[in-house]
Design a protein around this ligand. Structure first.
Ligand code: G3H
Ligand code: 13P
Ligand code: ZN
Length: 331
């Protein structure tokens, strides 16, 4: 059993309060390996930003829970070594689906967990979330719950269609469970194909324009629970320049489309204080690696292709922090 405090991590409590008051959002970047972690920390240090290191259950299996614990501790020390006096770093479980998984993460040094009961009937979601909150709060760990279902893949669970969050449920859910933040469904979804071409319109240049997020539902939720921290999953923007590089160098990403950055900027200025980004990082790394392999077919040292991939990732993360979420200078 190790407490996140011993690892130098923080929970989301203060971070989210400041983000709501300051009208910005904190990036939650998913990671599974050293290069992703280095890129996240370098980006956070260079922009003086708080950051959430986010681990899915799949990532935990891939990377090993013991290694992750030391990587998170290493991330804090690395940030200090890079010149950040007081790093504000959260280690967060993304889409936890059972009490046992959440407990195990808390016992291994996570400072925040998500219990995603959104696929269960409402009462079961309340019961499960409450159980996690009781254990987590006893250890100073913050908890994210979810109401409403995102279309696409949610860590081995996939849904065909959105079920938007019902604003009339949020007061009951938040008060009965005691969660610290609430993930909502207002039109985002996981992965790099968030909308079908049929759901989009085309601009004069033939570029696909996705339907806007349901800001009306977000506003209604904010009215119900004023000042309460809201989380947006599925918030990659799927940069078309990077998708073009992937396809130019042998990839086959078709009809990829994400959430426009202006909409995320607008959300970040509201009670949305955590924005989840995973797919964009995957795309950035893959673009750099594909380009390297195509141009340097004789090279085989992983540092030679993972190095540029890490640089591409860092540039992407810095852009998110500075130009989209607005958390630069807040740590
Ligand atoms: O919400 C899903 C995240 O992008 C994590 O994806 O389960 O493939 O690690 P993963
Ligand atoms: P994206 O697939 O849009 O990056 O969403 C990631 C996410 O929500 C992780 O929980
Ligand atoms: Zn998610």
């Amino acid at each position: 059993m190790v407490s996140y405090k011993e690892l130098g991590l923080v929970n989301t409590k203060e971070m989210f309060k400041k983000a709501i008051d300051g009208k910005y959002a904190i990036a939650a970047f998913n990671f599974n390996n050293m290069e992703q972690m280095q890129a996240i920390i370098q980006a956070a240090v260079e922009t003086k930003s708080p950051v959430i290191l986010q681990v899915s259950s799949g990532a935990r299996k891939y990377a090993n829970q013991t290694l992750l614990r030391y990587m998170a501790q290493g991330a804090v020390e690395y940030a200090k070594e890079l010149g950040m006096e007081n790093p504000q770093i959260v280690l967060h479980l993304d889409h936890g689906d059972t009490f046992e998984l959440c407990k195990s993460c808390i016992d291994m040094g996570f400072s925040s967990v998500m219990i995603d009961g959104s696929h269960h009937p409402y009462e079961k979601n309340v019961e499960l979330t409450k159980q996690v909150v009781e254990y987590a709060h006893a250890h100073g760990v913050t908890v994210e719950g979810e109401l409403g279902v995102l279309a696409g893949v949610e860590d081995e669970v996939s849904a065909e269609h959105h079920t938007y969050t019902r604003p009339e449920e949020v007061v009951d859910f938040v008060s009965r469970t005691g969660v610290d933040s609430l993930a909502i469904s207002i039109g985002t979804s996981h992965g790099a194909n968030k909308f079908t071409p049929a759901q989009c319109t085309r601009n004069a240049d033939g570029i696909l324009i996705p339907p806007p997020l349901r800001f009306d539902i977000l506003e209604e939720i904010e009215k119900q629970i004023p000042g309460f921290p809201i989380v947006l999953h599925g918030s990659s923007s799927v940069p078309q320049d990077l998708v073009a590089i992937i396809n130019q160098y042998g990839g086959a990403m078709k009809d990829s489309i994400g959430i426009p950055e202006e909409q995320l900027r607008k959300a970040a200025a509201s009670a949305v204080c955590k924005i989840n980004i995973d797919s964009d990082g995957r795309i950035a790394m893959t673009a750099a690696i594909r380009e390297f392999f195509a141009k340097e077919p004789s090279k085989f040292d992983p540092r030679q292709y993972l190095g540029p991939a890490r640089e591409q990732l860092k540039a992407l993360y810095k852009n998110k922090i500075v130009n989209v979420l607005g958390s630069a200078g807040k740590a």
